[in-house]
Design a protein around this ligand. Structure first.
Ligand SMILES: NC(=O)c1ccc[n+]([C@@H]2O[C@H](COP(=O)([O-])OP(=O)(O)OC[C@H]3O[C@@H](n4cnc5c(N)ncnc54)[C@H](O)[C@@H]3O)[C@@H](O)[C@H]2O)c1
Ligand SMILES: O=C/C=C/C=C(\O)C(=O)O
Length: 494
Protein backbone atom coordinates (compact mmCIF):
# COMPACT_ATOMS: atom_id res chain seq x y z
CA UNK A 1 0.00 0.00 0.00
CA UNK A 2 1.30 3.44 -0.94
CA UNK A 3 2.08 5.75 1.93
CA UNK A 4 0.14 8.98 2.01
CA UNK A 5 3.13 10.80 3.41
CA UNK A 6 5.47 9.58 0.66
CA UNK A 7 3.70 11.75 -1.91
CA UNK A 8 2.86 15.00 -0.16
CA UNK A 9 0.80 17.42 -2.18
CA UNK A 10 1.83 20.99 -1.50
CA UNK A 11 -0.26 22.97 -3.84
CA UNK A 12 -2.73 25.76 -4.30
CA UNK A 13 -6.44 25.05 -4.36
CA UNK A 14 -8.46 27.61 -6.29
CA UNK A 15 -12.08 28.59 -6.69
CA UNK A 16 -13.73 27.54 -9.97
CA UNK A 17 -16.00 30.26 -11.33
CA UNK A 18 -17.52 30.56 -14.80
CA UNK A 19 -15.24 27.86 -16.21
CA UNK A 20 -11.97 29.32 -14.84
CA UNK A 21 -9.82 28.80 -11.76
CA UNK A 22 -9.56 31.94 -9.64
CA UNK A 23 -7.77 33.16 -6.54
CA UNK A 24 -9.90 34.82 -3.87
CA UNK A 25 -10.34 38.49 -4.77
CA UNK A 26 -9.51 39.63 -1.23
CA UNK A 27 -6.28 37.63 -1.12
CA UNK A 28 -7.41 35.49 1.81
CA UNK A 29 -6.36 31.86 2.11
CA UNK A 30 -6.32 29.04 4.65
CA UNK A 31 -4.25 25.93 5.01
CA UNK A 32 -5.08 22.44 3.88
CA UNK A 33 -3.88 19.77 6.30
CA UNK A 34 -3.42 16.05 5.78
CA UNK A 35 -5.18 14.45 8.79
CA UNK A 36 -3.01 11.33 8.53
CA UNK A 37 0.17 13.30 9.30
CA UNK A 38 -1.00 16.66 10.62
CA UNK A 39 1.19 18.31 7.97
CA UNK A 40 0.12 21.32 5.95
CA UNK A 41 0.02 20.18 2.35
CA UNK A 42 -1.75 22.96 0.50
CA UNK A 43 -3.19 26.44 0.56
CA UNK A 44 -6.84 27.09 -0.24
CA UNK A 45 -7.97 30.41 -1.72
CA UNK A 46 -10.99 31.69 0.17
CA UNK A 47 -13.81 33.18 -1.90
CA UNK A 48 -14.89 36.70 -0.94
CA UNK A 49 -18.51 37.84 -0.95
CA UNK A 50 -17.85 39.35 -4.42
CA UNK A 51 -16.42 36.02 -5.66
CA UNK A 52 -19.48 34.15 -4.42
CA UNK A 53 -21.71 36.73 -6.09
CA UNK A 54 -19.73 36.21 -9.34
CA UNK A 55 -20.20 32.46 -9.10
CA UNK A 56 -23.94 32.82 -8.55
CA UNK A 57 -24.20 35.32 -11.41
CA UNK A 58 -22.30 32.93 -13.70
CA UNK A 59 -24.63 30.10 -12.70
CA UNK A 60 -27.67 32.30 -13.34
CA UNK A 61 -26.40 33.42 -16.74
CA UNK A 62 -25.66 29.82 -17.74
CA UNK A 63 -29.33 28.94 -17.30
CA UNK A 64 -30.19 30.97 -20.38
CA UNK A 65 -27.05 30.08 -22.36
CA UNK A 66 -26.29 26.89 -24.33
CA UNK A 67 -26.97 24.76 -21.24
CA UNK A 68 -30.52 26.04 -20.89
CA UNK A 69 -31.20 25.34 -24.56
CA UNK A 70 -30.02 21.72 -24.52
CA UNK A 71 -32.44 18.84 -24.87
CA UNK A 72 -32.50 16.26 -22.09
CA UNK A 73 -30.66 13.86 -24.42
CA UNK A 74 -27.84 16.37 -24.96
CA UNK A 75 -27.54 17.03 -21.23
CA UNK A 76 -27.52 13.33 -20.48
CA UNK A 77 -24.67 12.84 -22.95
CA UNK A 78 -22.57 15.50 -21.21
CA UNK A 79 -23.33 14.17 -17.74
CA UNK A 80 -22.43 10.65 -18.80
CA UNK A 81 -19.16 12.05 -20.16
CA UNK A 82 -18.49 13.57 -16.70
CA UNK A 83 -18.85 10.10 -15.16
CA UNK A 84 -16.49 8.58 -17.73
CA UNK A 85 -13.91 11.33 -17.19
CA UNK A 86 -14.00 10.83 -13.39
CA UNK A 87 -13.36 7.13 -14.01
CA UNK A 88 -10.50 7.94 -16.41
CA UNK A 89 -8.95 10.26 -13.80
CA UNK A 90 -9.73 8.00 -10.84
CA UNK A 91 -6.11 8.09 -9.66
CA UNK A 92 -6.13 11.89 -9.50
CA UNK A 93 -9.42 11.93 -7.61
CA UNK A 94 -8.11 9.24 -5.28
CA UNK A 95 -4.92 11.19 -4.52
CA UNK A 96 -6.95 14.37 -3.88
CA UNK A 97 -9.48 12.63 -1.60
CA UNK A 98 -6.80 10.79 0.36
CA UNK A 99 -4.77 13.99 0.79
CA UNK A 100 -7.75 15.90 2.17
CA UNK A 101 -9.28 13.24 4.41
CA UNK A 102 -6.29 11.04 5.28
CA UNK A 103 -8.56 8.03 4.75
CA UNK A 104 -6.98 4.73 3.71
CA UNK A 105 -6.69 4.45 -0.07
CA UNK A 106 -8.78 1.27 -0.18
CA UNK A 107 -11.73 3.10 1.42
CA UNK A 108 -11.59 5.98 -1.06
CA UNK A 109 -10.93 3.71 -4.05
CA UNK A 110 -13.83 1.37 -3.22
CA UNK A 111 -16.39 3.88 -1.98
CA UNK A 112 -15.76 7.58 -2.60
CA UNK A 113 -14.42 7.69 -6.15
CA UNK A 114 -16.61 5.05 -7.88
CA UNK A 115 -19.69 6.61 -6.27
CA UNK A 116 -18.57 10.00 -7.58
CA UNK A 117 -18.87 8.65 -11.12
CA UNK A 118 -21.98 6.54 -10.41
CA UNK A 119 -23.86 9.56 -9.07
CA UNK A 120 -23.64 11.21 -12.51
CA UNK A 121 -24.33 8.06 -14.50
CA UNK A 122 -27.34 7.03 -12.44
CA UNK A 123 -29.11 10.40 -12.55
CA UNK A 124 -28.45 10.64 -16.30
CA UNK A 125 -30.41 7.37 -16.54
CA UNK A 126 -33.16 8.58 -14.22
CA UNK A 127 -33.90 11.75 -16.21
CA UNK A 128 -33.80 9.80 -19.47
CA UNK A 129 -36.71 7.69 -18.30
CA UNK A 130 -38.55 10.28 -16.23
CA UNK A 131 -42.32 9.71 -16.49
CA UNK A 132 -44.82 12.56 -16.72
CA UNK A 133 -48.32 12.83 -15.27
CA UNK A 134 -51.54 13.36 -17.23
CA UNK A 135 -55.29 13.41 -16.53
CA UNK A 136 -58.37 13.62 -18.69
CA UNK A 137 -60.78 15.94 -16.87
CA UNK A 138 -64.52 16.22 -17.50
CA UNK A 139 -65.56 19.88 -17.85
CA UNK A 140 -68.87 21.55 -16.78
CA UNK A 141 -69.95 22.01 -20.42
CA UNK A 142 -69.86 18.26 -20.95
CA UNK A 143 -66.56 18.42 -22.74
CA UNK A 144 -63.06 17.47 -21.66
CA UNK A 145 -59.77 18.98 -20.66
CA UNK A 146 -56.36 17.38 -20.73
CA UNK A 147 -53.89 18.06 -17.92
CA UNK A 148 -50.20 17.25 -18.15
CA UNK A 149 -47.04 18.25 -16.32
CA UNK A 150 -43.84 19.77 -17.56
CA UNK A 151 -40.75 19.63 -15.35
CA UNK A 152 -38.26 22.47 -15.40
CA UNK A 153 -35.01 23.11 -13.53
CA UNK A 154 -35.33 25.06 -10.29
CA UNK A 155 -32.52 27.40 -11.36
CA UNK A 156 -29.32 28.08 -9.41
CA UNK A 157 -28.79 25.43 -6.72
CA UNK A 158 -26.39 26.00 -3.82
CA UNK A 159 -24.72 22.73 -2.77
CA UNK A 160 -23.16 22.93 0.72
CA UNK A 161 -21.11 19.84 1.59
CA UNK A 162 -19.42 18.12 4.56
CA UNK A 163 -15.97 16.53 4.75
CA UNK A 164 -16.61 12.85 5.46
CA UNK A 165 -17.26 11.63 1.89
CA UNK A 166 -16.41 14.79 -0.03
CA UNK A 167 -16.76 13.67 -3.65
CA UNK A 168 -19.53 11.14 -2.96
CA UNK A 169 -21.81 13.50 -1.07
CA UNK A 170 -21.17 16.46 -3.38
CA UNK A 171 -21.89 14.52 -6.58
CA UNK A 172 -24.94 12.92 -4.95
CA UNK A 173 -26.43 16.42 -5.27
CA UNK A 174 -24.59 17.89 -8.28
CA UNK A 175 -25.44 14.79 -10.40
CA UNK A 176 -29.23 15.13 -10.17
CA UNK A 177 -29.11 18.94 -10.10
CA UNK A 178 -27.33 19.02 -13.48
CA UNK A 179 -29.34 16.11 -14.89
CA UNK A 180 -32.46 18.18 -14.27
CA UNK A 181 -30.94 21.20 -16.06
CA UNK A 182 -30.02 23.35 -13.05
CA UNK A 183 -26.71 25.09 -12.56
CA UNK A 184 -24.78 24.79 -9.29
CA UNK A 185 -22.49 26.64 -6.94
CA UNK A 186 -20.74 24.17 -4.64
CA UNK A 187 -19.31 25.10 -1.26
CA UNK A 188 -17.17 22.14 -0.24
CA UNK A 189 -16.13 21.73 3.36
CA UNK A 190 -13.14 23.88 4.28
CA UNK A 191 -11.45 20.62 5.36
CA UNK A 192 -11.83 18.91 1.97
CA UNK A 193 -11.73 21.32 -0.98
CA UNK A 194 -9.73 19.25 -3.47
CA UNK A 195 -12.13 16.92 -5.28
CA UNK A 196 -14.73 19.66 -5.83
CA UNK A 197 -12.01 21.84 -7.33
CA UNK A 198 -10.68 18.98 -9.47
CA UNK A 199 -14.16 18.33 -10.84
CA UNK A 200 -13.89 21.74 -12.54
CA UNK A 201 -11.17 20.27 -14.80
CA UNK A 202 -13.50 17.42 -15.67
CA UNK A 203 -16.31 19.83 -16.54
CA UNK A 204 -14.05 21.77 -18.89
CA UNK A 205 -12.63 18.59 -20.43
CA UNK A 206 -16.07 17.28 -21.41
CA UNK A 207 -17.21 20.67 -22.76
CA UNK A 208 -19.66 21.59 -20.02
CA UNK A 209 -20.77 25.18 -20.74
CA UNK A 210 -19.14 27.80 -18.51
CA UNK A 211 -21.02 28.71 -15.36
CA UNK A 212 -22.92 25.42 -15.04
CA UNK A 213 -20.60 24.12 -12.32
CA UNK A 214 -18.90 26.54 -9.90
CA UNK A 215 -16.95 26.03 -6.68
CA UNK A 216 -16.32 28.57 -3.93
CA UNK A 217 -14.05 27.79 -1.00
CA UNK A 218 -14.34 28.97 2.57
CA UNK A 219 -16.04 28.50 5.90
CA UNK A 220 -19.63 28.88 7.14
CA UNK A 221 -20.64 32.04 9.03
CA UNK A 222 -19.10 35.24 7.66
CA UNK A 223 -17.57 33.31 4.77
CA UNK A 224 -18.45 31.51 1.54
CA UNK A 225 -21.13 29.29 3.15
CA UNK A 226 -23.14 32.20 4.48
CA UNK A 227 -22.47 34.39 1.41
CA UNK A 228 -23.81 31.64 -0.83
CA UNK A 229 -26.89 30.65 1.15
CA UNK A 230 -27.93 34.28 1.64
CA UNK A 231 -27.47 35.26 -2.03
CA UNK A 232 -30.97 36.10 -3.36
CA UNK A 233 -30.22 34.65 -6.82
CA UNK A 234 -29.83 31.17 -5.33
CA UNK A 235 -33.14 29.40 -6.01
CA UNK A 236 -32.69 26.31 -3.82
CA UNK A 237 -30.23 25.02 -1.23
CA UNK A 238 -29.22 21.42 -0.74
CA UNK A 239 -27.12 20.78 2.34
CA UNK A 240 -25.47 17.84 4.06
CA UNK A 241 -23.93 18.42 7.47
CA UNK A 242 -24.68 19.03 11.11
CA UNK A 243 -28.17 19.69 12.38
CA UNK A 244 -27.18 23.06 13.91
CA UNK A 245 -25.76 24.24 10.58
CA UNK A 246 -28.98 23.11 8.90
CA UNK A 247 -30.96 25.34 11.25
CA UNK A 248 -28.74 28.35 10.40
CA UNK A 249 -29.12 27.69 6.66
CA UNK A 250 -32.87 27.24 6.97
CA UNK A 251 -33.14 30.76 8.37
CA UNK A 252 -31.28 32.11 5.35
CA UNK A 253 -33.51 30.10 3.01
CA UNK A 254 -36.61 31.69 4.55
CA UNK A 255 -35.66 35.00 2.94
CA UNK A 256 -37.02 34.71 -0.57
CA UNK A 257 -38.89 31.48 0.32
CA UNK A 258 -36.22 29.20 -1.18
CA UNK A 259 -36.59 25.43 -1.17
CA UNK A 260 -34.24 23.27 0.91
CA UNK A 261 -33.16 19.65 1.08
CA UNK A 262 -31.29 18.67 4.25
CA UNK A 263 -29.34 15.53 5.13
CA UNK A 264 -28.23 16.04 8.73
CA UNK A 265 -26.86 14.20 11.73
CA UNK A 266 -27.91 10.93 13.31
CA UNK A 267 -27.61 8.69 16.37
CA UNK A 268 -28.40 5.51 14.55
CA UNK A 269 -29.46 2.37 16.44
CA UNK A 270 -28.87 -1.26 15.58
CA UNK A 271 -31.03 -4.03 17.03
CA UNK A 272 -29.57 -7.52 17.27
CA UNK A 273 -32.05 -10.27 18.13
CA UNK A 274 -30.93 -13.54 19.70
CA UNK A 275 -31.76 -15.42 16.48
CA UNK A 276 -29.47 -13.23 14.36
CA UNK A 277 -26.72 -14.77 12.29
CA UNK A 278 -23.91 -13.61 14.56
CA UNK A 279 -21.25 -13.73 11.84
CA UNK A 280 -23.30 -11.45 9.61
CA UNK A 281 -24.23 -9.13 12.46
CA UNK A 282 -20.66 -8.72 13.73
CA UNK A 283 -19.26 -8.21 10.23
CA UNK A 284 -21.95 -5.66 9.33
CA UNK A 285 -21.97 -3.82 12.62
CA UNK A 286 -18.20 -3.61 12.98
CA UNK A 287 -18.15 -1.92 9.55
CA UNK A 288 -21.06 0.25 10.60
CA UNK A 289 -19.24 1.45 13.72
CA UNK A 290 -15.67 1.71 12.39
CA UNK A 291 -15.80 2.35 8.62
CA UNK A 292 -14.36 5.77 7.72
CA UNK A 293 -13.35 5.98 11.39
CA UNK A 294 -16.98 6.31 12.37
CA UNK A 295 -17.35 9.49 10.35
CA UNK A 296 -20.39 8.23 8.48
CA UNK A 297 -23.79 9.81 8.93
CA UNK A 298 -25.29 6.32 8.59
CA UNK A 299 -22.91 4.79 11.14
CA UNK A 300 -24.17 2.97 14.20
CA UNK A 301 -23.49 4.53 17.61
CA UNK A 302 -26.08 2.60 19.65
CA UNK A 303 -26.33 -1.18 19.60
CA UNK A 304 -29.14 -3.00 21.43
CA UNK A 305 -28.53 -6.75 21.82
CA UNK A 306 -31.05 -9.32 23.09
CA UNK A 307 -29.84 -10.51 26.47
CA UNK A 308 -29.14 -14.23 25.75
CA UNK A 309 -26.44 -13.35 23.19
CA UNK A 310 -25.21 -10.12 24.78
CA UNK A 311 -21.89 -11.43 26.13
CA UNK A 312 -21.10 -13.42 23.00
CA UNK A 313 -21.87 -10.43 20.79
CA UNK A 314 -19.70 -8.06 22.83
CA UNK A 315 -16.78 -10.50 22.74
CA UNK A 316 -17.10 -10.92 18.97
CA UNK A 317 -17.33 -7.15 18.38
CA UNK A 318 -14.27 -6.57 20.55
CA UNK A 319 -12.34 -9.11 18.48
CA UNK A 320 -13.54 -7.47 15.26
CA UNK A 321 -12.42 -4.05 16.55
CA UNK A 322 -8.84 -5.36 16.67
CA UNK A 323 -8.92 -5.66 12.87
CA UNK A 324 -9.45 -1.90 12.56
CA UNK A 325 -5.90 -0.93 13.34
CA UNK A 326 -5.31 2.82 13.43
CA UNK A 327 -3.02 4.03 10.66
CA UNK A 328 -3.08 4.21 6.91
CA UNK A 329 0.16 2.61 5.79
CA UNK A 330 1.80 -0.80 5.90
CA UNK A 331 -0.09 -3.36 7.94
CA UNK A 332 -1.93 -0.62 9.83
CA UNK A 333 -4.20 0.04 6.91
CA UNK A 334 -7.71 -0.01 8.23
CA UNK A 335 -8.68 2.83 10.56
CA UNK A 336 -7.78 6.22 9.15
CA UNK A 337 -7.52 9.42 11.16
CA UNK A 338 -10.34 11.70 12.22
CA UNK A 339 -10.66 14.77 9.99
CA UNK A 340 -8.96 17.32 12.26
CA UNK A 341 -7.28 17.93 15.60
CA UNK A 342 -10.44 19.76 16.69
CA UNK A 343 -12.69 16.82 15.80
CA UNK A 344 -10.34 14.45 17.64
CA UNK A 345 -10.66 16.62 20.76
CA UNK A 346 -14.44 16.39 20.46
CA UNK A 347 -14.39 12.60 20.09
CA UNK A 348 -11.89 12.18 22.96
CA UNK A 349 -14.17 14.37 25.08
CA UNK A 350 -16.92 11.78 24.55
CA UNK A 351 -14.46 8.97 25.34
CA UNK A 352 -13.79 10.66 28.71
CA UNK A 353 -17.47 11.43 29.29
CA UNK A 354 -18.46 7.79 28.79
CA UNK A 355 -16.12 6.70 31.58
CA UNK A 356 -17.18 9.55 33.89
CA UNK A 357 -20.79 8.42 33.42
CA UNK A 358 -19.90 4.88 34.48
CA UNK A 359 -19.31 3.04 31.21
CA UNK A 360 -16.95 0.07 31.05
CA UNK A 361 -14.50 0.32 28.15
CA UNK A 362 -14.43 -3.05 26.37
CA UNK A 363 -11.73 -1.99 23.96
CA UNK A 364 -9.97 1.22 22.97
CA UNK A 365 -10.86 4.47 24.69
CA UNK A 366 -7.84 6.58 23.84
CA UNK A 367 -5.17 7.57 21.35
CA UNK A 368 -3.08 4.82 19.74
CA UNK A 369 0.70 4.90 19.77
CA UNK A 370 1.88 5.51 16.25
CA UNK A 371 5.40 6.31 15.16
CA UNK A 372 6.85 7.62 11.92
CA UNK A 373 5.16 10.09 9.59
CA UNK A 374 1.73 9.34 10.99
CA UNK A 375 2.68 10.20 14.57
CA UNK A 376 1.19 13.66 13.96
CA UNK A 377 -2.05 12.25 12.53
CA UNK A 378 -5.42 12.61 14.24
CA UNK A 379 -5.93 8.96 15.14
CA UNK A 380 -8.07 7.47 17.91
CA UNK A 381 -8.64 3.90 19.00
CA UNK A 382 -11.75 2.00 17.94
CA UNK A 383 -13.85 1.97 21.09
CA UNK A 384 -16.74 -0.05 22.53
CA UNK A 385 -18.60 0.61 25.77
CA UNK A 386 -20.89 -1.53 27.88
CA UNK A 387 -22.59 -0.64 31.18
CA UNK A 388 -23.97 2.45 29.51
CA UNK A 389 -27.50 3.67 30.22
CA UNK A 390 -29.82 4.60 27.38
CA UNK A 391 -29.94 8.18 28.69
CA UNK A 392 -26.15 8.67 28.88
CA UNK A 393 -24.65 11.48 26.81
CA UNK A 394 -22.70 9.04 24.61
CA UNK A 395 -25.96 7.23 23.83
CA UNK A 396 -27.82 10.42 22.91
CA UNK A 397 -25.45 12.83 21.13
CA UNK A 398 -23.88 12.26 17.72
CA UNK A 399 -20.15 11.61 18.26
CA UNK A 400 -19.02 10.94 14.66
CA UNK A 401 -16.13 8.74 15.79
CA UNK A 402 -15.29 4.99 15.76
CA UNK A 403 -17.26 4.06 18.85
CA UNK A 404 -20.57 2.77 20.16
CA UNK A 405 -22.35 1.80 23.34
CA UNK A 406 -23.80 -1.72 23.57
CA UNK A 407 -26.88 -2.34 25.75
CA UNK A 408 -28.89 -5.50 26.46
CA UNK A 409 -32.68 -5.68 25.94
CA UNK A 410 -35.38 -8.22 26.79
CA UNK A 411 -38.37 -7.64 24.53
CA UNK A 412 -39.27 -6.42 21.06
CA UNK A 413 -41.55 -3.64 22.34
CA UNK A 414 -38.88 -2.43 24.74
CA UNK A 415 -36.20 -2.25 22.07
CA UNK A 416 -38.42 -0.49 19.53
CA UNK A 417 -39.14 2.20 22.12
CA UNK A 418 -35.43 2.54 22.98
CA UNK A 419 -34.36 2.75 19.33
CA UNK A 420 -36.95 5.43 18.55
CA UNK A 421 -36.27 7.48 21.67
CA UNK A 422 -34.03 10.07 19.99
CA UNK A 423 -34.41 13.45 18.32
CA UNK A 424 -32.79 11.98 15.21
CA UNK A 425 -34.29 9.70 12.54
CA UNK A 426 -31.72 8.95 9.87
CA UNK A 427 -31.28 5.17 9.76
CA UNK A 428 -31.37 1.91 11.72
CA UNK A 429 -30.46 -1.71 11.20
CA UNK A 430 -32.23 -4.83 12.42
CA UNK A 431 -30.49 -8.20 12.67
CA UNK A 432 -32.67 -11.33 12.86
CA UNK A 433 -33.27 -14.56 10.94
CA UNK A 434 -37.00 -14.29 11.70
CA UNK A 435 -38.48 -12.85 8.51
CA UNK A 436 -41.72 -11.59 10.06
CA UNK A 437 -39.92 -9.89 12.90
CA UNK A 438 -37.43 -8.31 10.51
CA UNK A 439 -40.19 -6.66 8.48
CA UNK A 440 -42.24 -5.75 11.56
CA UNK A 441 -39.43 -4.09 13.49
CA UNK A 442 -37.98 -2.34 10.41
CA UNK A 443 -41.38 -0.75 9.70
CA UNK A 444 -41.60 0.42 13.32
CA UNK A 445 -38.31 2.33 13.10
CA UNK A 446 -38.89 6.10 12.89
CA UNK A 447 -36.12 6.66 10.35
CA UNK A 448 -35.62 7.46 6.68
CA UNK A 449 -33.67 4.26 5.92
CA UNK A 450 -33.75 0.88 7.69
CA UNK A 451 -31.60 -2.09 6.79
CA UNK A 452 -32.39 -5.69 7.71
CA UNK A 453 -29.32 -7.95 7.99
CA UNK A 454 -27.13 -5.44 6.19
CA UNK A 455 -25.82 -1.91 6.39
CA UNK A 456 -24.94 0.81 3.82
CA UNK A 457 -26.24 -1.39 1.01
CA UNK A 458 -27.24 1.37 -1.38
CA UNK A 459 -29.45 1.34 -4.46
CA UNK A 460 -29.25 4.90 -5.76
CA UNK A 461 -32.84 4.78 -7.00
CA UNK A 462 -34.21 4.47 -3.45
CA UNK A 463 -35.35 7.30 -1.16
CA UNK A 464 -32.54 8.55 1.06
CA UNK A 465 -32.76 11.05 3.92
CA UNK A 466 -33.90 11.39 7.48
CA UNK A 467 -36.73 12.54 9.70
CA UNK A 468 -36.68 14.68 12.86
CA UNK A 469 -33.34 16.37 13.44
CA UNK A 470 -31.82 14.18 10.70
CA UNK A 471 -33.19 16.16 7.81
CA UNK A 472 -35.91 17.42 5.55
CA UNK A 473 -36.85 15.75 2.28
CA UNK A 474 -35.56 12.71 0.45
CA UNK A 475 -33.08 12.42 -2.39
CA UNK A 476 -32.30 9.45 -4.64
CA UNK A 477 -33.88 8.32 -7.93
CA UNK A 478 -37.15 10.10 -8.67
CA UNK A 479 -37.09 11.67 -5.19
CA UNK A 480 -34.14 13.81 -6.30
CA UNK A 481 -36.12 14.89 -9.33
CA UNK A 482 -38.85 16.17 -7.03
CA UNK A 483 -36.39 18.50 -5.36
CA UNK A 484 -34.34 19.57 -8.38
CA UNK A 485 -37.30 20.36 -10.64
CA UNK A 486 -40.27 22.69 -10.61
CA UNK A 487 -43.51 21.41 -12.11
CA UNK A 488 -45.84 23.35 -14.37
CA UNK A 489 -49.24 21.73 -14.85
CA UNK A 490 -50.72 22.58 -18.23
CA UNK A 491 -54.49 22.30 -18.59
CA UNK A 492 -55.78 22.23 -22.20
CA UNK A 493 -59.50 22.54 -22.86
CA UNK A 494 -60.24 20.10 -25.66
N1 LIG B 1 -27.58 12.76 6.69
C1 LIG B 1 -26.58 12.66 5.84
O1 LIG B 1 -26.73 12.21 4.72
C2 LIG B 1 -25.21 13.10 6.24
C3 LIG B 1 -24.13 12.70 5.47
C4 LIG B 1 -22.85 13.09 5.86
C5 LIG B 1 -22.66 13.89 6.98
N2 LIG B 1 -23.73 14.27 7.70
C6 LIG B 1 -23.54 15.07 8.92
O2 LIG B 1 -22.53 16.05 8.70
C7 LIG B 1 -21.84 16.33 9.92
C8 LIG B 1 -20.35 16.32 9.66
O3 LIG B 1 -20.03 17.21 8.64
P1 LIG B 1 -19.48 18.68 8.90
O4 LIG B 1 -18.80 18.73 10.23
O5 LIG B 1 -18.72 19.09 7.69
O6 LIG B 1 -20.82 19.53 9.00
P2 LIG B 1 -20.95 21.10 9.16
O7 LIG B 1 -22.39 21.36 9.32
O8 LIG B 1 -20.01 21.62 10.17
O9 LIG B 1 -20.43 21.69 7.78
C9 LIG B 1 -21.02 21.32 6.56
C10 LIG B 1 -20.83 22.44 5.56
O10 LIG B 1 -21.59 23.57 5.96
C11 LIG B 1 -20.77 24.73 5.92
N3 LIG B 1 -21.30 25.66 6.90
C12 LIG B 1 -21.07 25.71 8.24
N4 LIG B 1 -21.79 26.70 8.82
C13 LIG B 1 -22.49 27.30 7.82
C14 LIG B 1 -23.41 28.39 7.77
N5 LIG B 1 -23.76 29.05 8.88
N6 LIG B 1 -23.94 28.73 6.58
C15 LIG B 1 -23.61 28.07 5.46
N7 LIG B 1 -22.73 27.02 5.44
C16 LIG B 1 -22.19 26.65 6.60
C17 LIG B 1 -19.39 24.19 6.22
O11 LIG B 1 -18.41 25.11 5.81
C18 LIG B 1 -19.40 22.92 5.41
O12 LIG B 1 -19.14 23.15 4.04
C19 LIG B 1 -22.32 15.28 10.89
O13 LIG B 1 -23.30 15.84 11.73
C20 LIG B 1 -22.97 14.24 10.00
O14 LIG B 1 -23.94 13.45 10.61
C21 LIG B 1 -25.00 13.89 7.36
O1 LIG C 1 -21.96 9.98 5.68
C1 LIG C 1 -22.98 9.74 5.12
C2 LIG C 1 -23.08 8.91 3.98
C3 LIG C 1 -24.12 9.11 3.17
C4 LIG C 1 -24.28 8.34 2.02
C5 LIG C 1 -25.06 8.74 1.00
O2 LIG C 1 -25.62 9.94 0.92
C6 LIG C 1 -25.31 7.86 -0.09
O3 LIG C 1 -24.89 6.71 -0.08
O4 LIG C 1 -25.96 8.34 -1.03
Amino acid sequence: MTSVSSSPITDTILNFIDGSYREGSEGKSFSNVNPATGAEIGVVHEASQADVADAVAAAKAALTGPWGKMTTAERVKLITAVATEIERRADDFLAAEVADTGKPRHVASHIDIPRGAANFRMFADVVSTMPGESFNTPTPDGGQAFNYTVRKPKGVVAVVCPWNFPLLLMTWKVGPALACGNTVVVKPSEETPRTAALLGEVMNAVGMPKGVYNVVHGFGPGSAGEFLTSNPDVDAITFTGETGTGQAIMQKAATGVRDISFELGGKNPAIVFADADLDKAVEGLSRSVFLNTGQVCLGTERVYVERPIFDAFVARMAAAAQDFKPGVTGDRAYLGPLISAEHREKVLGYYRRAVEDGATVVTGGGVPEISGAEAGGFFVEPTLWIDVAHGDTVMREEIFGPCCGILPFDSEDEVIALANDTVYGLCASVWTENLSRGHRVAAAMEVGVCWVNSWFLRDLRTAFGGSGHSGIGREGGVHSLEFYTEITNICVKL
